[in-house]
Design a protein around this ligand. Structure first.
Ligand code: TTP
Ligand code: MN
Ligand code: MN
Ligand code: MN
Length: 373
């Protein structure tokens, strides 16, 4: 049967962190390759293979030692035929021809490039590709292309937001947003989520949850925070989504990554002087204009959903997938960013902390840094 990947991952990751970094790096070579295949399948709308490659990558990441022969991966769960074939090529030839074929594919390259723009999804990328467009320059030069507001911001700040965000930059943003939120509501609570909560050194954006200790008091707060950021001149772009929470609905499978909380996708201006700990580490002074644009996700769940929102927004995406799958297959429960529902007992299981949720699932608590699946 299916041994839940999460068990392998959680168990092995603790082990791995304690021991050898080289091993992690070596397996990452393989997992990066698998991620590319996953992405390629996604572009081809092959959802099954896409998830299969992602899951396989996650399992490989969790191994306590590097893979040196096919025998080492023989008994592992979630490794399909295609993954094994790729691994075999890498082990024998030091490279995978299948992967190189994908990497050199014109369509793959174009779709990868186009979807790297904030606001551009696979559908839009495909449309542009079909029109014969191959570069970002060509898209900007094409008069018949209508970019929406988000895409215009994506192109405008492309250079900055495709550059990794550092931990120091994430911390600086945290202070700015926290100060702003406290200025409006002194007892508001801001929590860092996403990759940085998992201890990552770099990220593609910075994710936060914003809430109030008293249920319902969070209403209107996010909008006021955004207005204040705008007044301070640091709001470069804001896509605001109102709350659509409907608690009569059961946790859904269809909208895996989506949730109904009020949120905004932002681009903020971060002054270089606002960062502590990077003193003297200036880059090329000719290139520096003293600030950079950073992508920020700010989500405002009501406090009674906070634990689920925190678990959901901490990620990684693969960890969330594995956890939801585990809940479904092993426990007959459905889990999403809002709730945990026991399908046999037909009731919602309340939680005020992540610990509560893991306990309901009959799992030992998994620290955020162990969730980098
Ligand atoms: P991301 O910010 O996309 O990913 P990350 O922080 O793990 O890595 P990085 O930013 O460095 O690339 O998403 C963070 C988590 O939030 C992820 O587990 C998925 C979750 N999420 C939702 O639950 N709903 C959403 O609508 C989005 C966009 C993300
Ligand atoms: Mn993130
Ligand atoms: Mn990401
Ligand atoms: Mn994000």
């Amino acid at each position: 049967g299916h041994f839940p990947a999460i068990c392998v991952c959680v168990f092995a990751r603790v082990y791995m962190c304690v021991f050898n970094r080289e091993i992690i790096l070596e397996n990452n070579l393989n997992t990066d390759v698998l991620e590319e295949l996953a992405e390629n399948s996604e572009f081809n709308e092959s959802k099954g293979p896409c998830l299969a490659f992602r899951r396989a990558a996650s399992v490989l990441k969790s191994l306590p030692s590097a893979v040196h022969c096919l025998g080492a991966i023989q008994g592992l769960p979630c490794l399909g035929e295609h993954t094994k074939a790729v691994m075999e090529e890498i082990l024998i030839f030091g490279r995978s021809f299948k992967v190189e074929e994908v990497q050199s594919d014109e369509r793959y390259q174009a779709l990868k490039l186009f979807t790297s723009v904030f606001g551009v999804g696979p559908k839009t990328a495909e449309k542009w590709y079909r029109r014969g467009l191959r570069s970002l320059k060509e898209i900007l030069a094409e008069p018949n292309i209508q970019l929406n507001r988000m895409q215009r911001a994506g192109f405008l700040y492309y250079r900055d937001i495709s550059k990794a965000v550092s931990k120091a930059e994430a911390k600086a943003l945290r202070s700015i947003i926290e100060e702003t939120a406290h200025w409006i509501a002194p007892d508001s609570i801001l929590a860092l989520t996403g990759g940085f909560r998992r201890g990552k050194e770099y990220g593609h954006d910075v994710d936060f949850l914003l809430t109030m200790p008293e249920m319902g008091k969070e209403k209107g707060l996010l909008v006021r925070v955004i207005d204040r950021l705008r007044d301070q001149g640091i709001l470069l772009y804001c896509e605001h989504q109102g709350s659509t929470v409907d608690m009569s609905k059961l946790p859904s499978r269809r909208f895996e990554a989506m949730d109904h909380f009020e949120k905004c996708f932002l681009i903020l201006r971060l002054e270089e002087g606002q960062m502590e700990g990077d003193g003297g580490l200036q880059k090329d002074p000719g290139e520096s204009r003293g600030w950079r644009a950073v992508r920020v996700d700010l989500v405002a769940p009501p406090v009674d959903h906070y634990a689920f929102a925190l678990l959901g927004w901490t990620g990684s995406r693969q960890f969330e997938r594995d956890l939801r799958r585990f809940a479904r297959k092993e426990r007959g429960m459905s889990l999403d960013n809002h709730a945990l529902y026991d399908k046999t007992k037909k009731l919602f299981l309340p939680a005020t902390s992540e610990e509560d949720i893991f306990a309901h699932l009959g799992l030992e608590y998994v620290e955020p840094w162990q969730r980098n699946a």
